[in-house]
Design a protein around this ligand. Structure first.
Ligand SMILES: CC(C)(COP(=O)(O)OP(=O)(O)OC[C@H]1O[C@@H](n2cnc3c(N)ncnc32)[C@H](O)[C@@H]1OP(=O)(O)O)[C@@H](O)C(=O)NCCC(=O)NCCS
Length: 243
C-alpha cells in the first residue's frame, strides 16, 4: 500500500490565506495510508491539500471518487534530449531573445497566460485573482533566482516583450517553468525560438535533457511541444482536497 507524508507549503499558505500542504509518497514507516493522512492533515488545521495520483493508485482513486473529489489537472511531463535538439531553423525575423533581470507588467501578464490552463484556474474554489497573483509571484521569484535560474524575454524590433521563458536546473536536467507568447503574436514561431534558446542555455549549463510540465487540457501547448520534438514521459492526476 502507498504511504503518504504531509508537507506544509508556506508559499501557497501565504498566497491563499489558508493553511495549505501536499501529500508526498513516502517509503518510510512514518507514512500513513491516504485516508489517515487526510484525517491527520484536517486535525492539524490544513484547509487545502494537493495529492498527485498515478493510474495504478486504484485504492486512492476510489477514495477520491467516493468523496466526490474531482481531479483538477492531468499533469503531463514532456522531455527532449539536449544532444538531439538542433537549432537549424531561423529565428523569427526582428526578434531578440535576451536574459532579463527585472520583472515588468508584460512579463507578469505572460506568466499568467502561461498558467491559464493550470489547476489553479481550473479549481473554482480558488479566486481568479489569487490564481493570477500566484503566477505574478512565480515570475517575480524566477527573476530573483528563487524559482528559476534564468528568465529570457523575446522582444520585437521596438523592444516590446512578446514572449518569455523561465528556466531552472534540476540535477542534470533543465526544466521550463513558464513559457508564453503574447496572444497577438502566437503561431508565428516565437515559441519555437524560445525553445531553441532553452536548448542553447542547456548546452551552456552542461545539461542532458530539457523537461516541461503542462496540462493535458492545454491541447495547444501539448501539440507545440510534440511538434518541437518533445515526448511524453509520464503523467499524474492532481487532486485538490478541500478540508
Ligand atoms: C504554447 C505557445 C508558447 C507557443 O508559442 P507560439 O509562438 O504560438 O508557437 P510557434 O508559433 O512556435 O508554434 C506554433 C505551433 O504550436 C502549436 N500551438 C500552440 N498553441 C496553439 C494554439 N493555441 N492553437 C493551435 N495550435 C497551437 C501548433 O501546433 C502550432 O503549430 P502549427 O503551426 O503546425 O499549427 C503559445 O501558443 C502560448 O503562449 N500559449 C498560451 C500559454 C501556454 O499555454 N503556455 C504553455 C504553458 S505549459
Amino acid at each position: 500500500m502507498v504511504l503518504w507524508a504531509l508537507r506544509f507549503l508556506q508559499f501557497d499558505t501565504d498566497l491563499f490565506g489558508i493553511k495549505t500542504g501536499v501529500l508526498d509518497r513516502c517509503s518510510t514507516d512514518d507514512g500513513l495510508p491516504l485516508v489517515d493522512a487526510v484525517a491527520s492533515a484536517r486535525e492539524q488545521g490544513l484547509k487545502l491539500l494537493y495529492v498527485s495520483l498515478e493510474k495504478a493508485d486504484e485504492l486512492e482513486i476510489s477514495f477520491m471518487v467516493e468523496h466526490n473529489i474531482n481531479y483538477v489537472d492531468d499533469k503531463v511531463t514532456f522531455h527532449r534530449s539536449v544532444a538531439d535538439a538542433t537549432t537549424s531553423t531561423q529565428p523569427t525575423s526582428g526578434l531578440i531573445v535576451e536574459r532579463v533581470d527585472a520583472t515588468s507588467p508584460q512579463l507578469e501578464e505572460l506568466a499568467i497566460a502561461s498558467g491559464h490552463a493550470s489547476r489553479f484556474f481550473a479549481d473554482s474554489n480558488i479566486s481568479r485573482e489569487a490564481a493570477k497573483e500566484l503566477f505574478r509571484r512565480w515570475m517575480q521569484n524566477s527573476i530573483k533566482g528563487l524559482a528559476a535560474k534564468d528568465v529570457f524575454a523575446a522582444k520585437d524590433d521596438v523592444g516590446f516583450v512578446v514572449g518569455m521563458i523561465t528556466l531552472r536546473v534540476v540535477g542534470e536536467h533543465g526544466d521550463i517553468g513558464l513559457i508564453a507568447v503574447d496572444p497577438s503574436r502566437r503561431n508565428g514561431g516565437i515559441g519555437q525560438t524560445l525553445l531553441q534558446k532553452s536548448f542553447e542555455w542547456a548546452r551552456e549549463n552542461s545539461l542532458t535533457t530539457m523537461t516541461v510540465v503542462t496540462q493535458r487540457a492545454n491541447e495547444g501547448a501539448c501539440r507545440f511541444y510534440k511538434k518541437n520534438g518533445f515526448e511524453e514521459m509520464g503523467h499524474v492526476f492532481v487532486y485538490h482536497v478541500w478540508l
